[in-house]
Design a protein around this ligand. Structure first.
Ligand code: BG6
Length: 485
């Protein structure tokens, strides 16, 4: 069966920067076993050729070395453009007619990709239903929805409810692009394809877990979105909680969308709800110096650009083990890493006069370094019994020939093939909001913990270090050394 991918928001940045280069890369690598047609829909008045030409330039830029004219020509023959306004039902009828025309009346599976403004998701779904475009009697119909999925629990529930009137849950693919990253998927392999880590992966051996998503970038021209979102909505509700779920989940019986997501959801169920004084003692909020001067930021904005949270999973595996989650803009470097900090040995024999060993760590480097490091103590040669921390390193790039695919390639391919394992289910999204909403409410209340300013180029507010210090722990503030570009 042929496939048609209909992209709403066809003239937007995501389409040119990520979606088309990803589809082109899949085509070039022969990963698409059937004919794939792409139909771009937006309000701009392009012709087919004009649209193809515009995408050629951007794909050349973003697909890099992979790009070549001959394969682009072959690929782009199947790109079409259909002008349309999501608010106009007549435009959806016209789209339905256009799709039947290019599919030549043959059965075809369709993926509708909503890469529009989030305020239009609901309307787009209703219109798809109204024009009969959700009818899957002659081929699958799936819808991919970009983040943000709602702005809080109530809006996410309402959106789920509206979508479910048109599409069944198994037709809905809620994207979190972190799940498309190879290094994130490798956490499944690390945990469930090896026997040596699993016995240690619990409260008996793990002191705490740190999940850091640090970004060097500032918010730039995104104030319109960012100032009302803030870092909890932008990074925690989705990406960081996803990383936490995969780190903390139980092994599923099979690697299958329903079972994997069941296990992830159980982690969210186990997260202890914060109440009362917890909001002050288990969270740190910060804003980088200069945020208030960014274009479009309202004077005196209290929006967080940094947050650190301490969460607990109240279950057998993790009871009492803190999960420290943090993210910030304008940080020292770009790094996403998960640190499993193991407990200290019960009795220190060596080096206690000069230093206290930090305990073993497993550092899962998600990006831009892509690998895993095991930190362990080894003897300093020619010393008495002094030890220092050494590392065993695994560099993912060495096994991939240095060409790790972009997250969107995997996610688009999975949506075409009908594998929803790496997409968020409705209950997952709602439970995640259920964790974030009370923190946001506490932070917006008169009793909100202080918003700490921090200098760009470091690791967030110094108070966050004091906070960890008070708990006799420290952040793993290490910018990865990249061995390959
Ligand atoms: C997006 C956020 O979802 O993820 C951005 O809206 C953030 O603010 C981006 O910069 C980070 O993604 P990545 O893949 O670069 O880590």
């Amino acid at each position: 069966m042929a496939y048609t991918i209909v992209i709403f928001g066809a003239s937007g940045d995501l389409t040119s920067r990520k979606l088309i280069p990803a589809l082109y890369s899949l085509f070039k690598k022969d990963k698409l076993d059937q004919l794939v047609r792409i139909v771009g829909v937006s309000r701009s008045p392009f012709g087919h050729d004009e649209y193809r030409l515009a995408l050629r330039e951007t794909t050349k830029k973003f697909a890099g070395k992979l790009f070549d004219e001959a394969s682009w020509d072959a690929f782009s023959e199947n790109i079409y453009y259909q002008p349309g306004d999501i608010k106009q039902s007549a435009d959806f009828d016209a789209l339905a007619g256009f799709l039947s025309e290019i599919e030549e009346g043959q059965p075809a599976g369709r993926v509708y990709y909503l890469s529009t403004m989030p305020q239009l998701y609901e309307e787009a779904i209703v219109q798809l239903g109204g024009a009969g475009l959700a009818d899957d009697s002659d081929g699958f119909r799936r819808v991919i929805i970009e983040k943000p999925f709602g702005t809080d629990l109530a809006t996410a529930q309402a959106l789920n409810e509206s979508i479910h009137k048109v599409f069944r849950e198994d037709q809905i693919y809620r994207i979190d692009h972190y799940l498309g990253k190879e290094t994130v998927q490798n956490i499944f392999a690390l945990r469930f394809a090896n026997s040596i880590f699993e016995p240690l992966w619990n409260r008996n051996y793990v002191d705490h877990v740190q999940i850091t998503v640090a970004e060097e970038v500032v918010i730039g021209r995104r104030a319109g979105y960012y100032d009302s979102a803030g870092i909890l909505r932008d990074m925690f509700q989705n990406h960081i909680l996803q990383l936490m779920m995969i780190t903390a989940m139980e092994p599923p019986a099979r690697y299958d969308a329903a079972l994997v997501r069941d296990e992830k959801v159980k982690v969210l169920h186990s997260v202890r709800k914060m109440t009362g004084a917890d909001f002050a003692s288990n969270t740190v909020r910060g804003q980088y110096h200069g945020y208030l001067q960014e274009e479009g930021v309202p004077p005196g904005s209290q929006t967080e650009t940094y947050a650190a949270l301490k969460l607990y999973c109240d279950n057998w595996r993790w009871k009492g083990v803190p999960f420290y989650l943090r993210s910030g803009k304008a940080m020292s470097c770009r790094t996403t890493q998960i640190v499993i900090q193991f407990r200290q040995v019960p009795h220190i024999l060596f080096g206690e006069k000069t230093r206290t060993p930090v305990g073993n760590r497993l550092v899962i480097q998600v990006q831009p370094a892509e690998g895993i490091q095991l930190h362990f103590e080894a003897k300093v040669p020619e010393s008495e019994m002094k030890t220092r921390t050494s590392t065993l390193d695994f560099d993912f790039n060495e096994t991939s020939g240095g060409t790790m695919p972009d997250a969107y390639q995997r996610l688009l391919l999975d949506a075409i093939l009908g594998d929803a394992s790496l997409f968020a289910r409705s209950d997952e999204v709602e439970l995640a909001w259920g964790i974030i909403d009370p923190i946001l409410a506490a932070w917006r209340s008169p009793a909100a913990p202080q918003l700490f300013p921090y200098e760009p180029g470091f690791w967030g507010p110094s108070e966050a270090n004091g906070w960890m210090g008070d708990q006799k722990r420290e952040w793993f503030d290490v910018c990865p050394v990249l061995t390959k570009s």
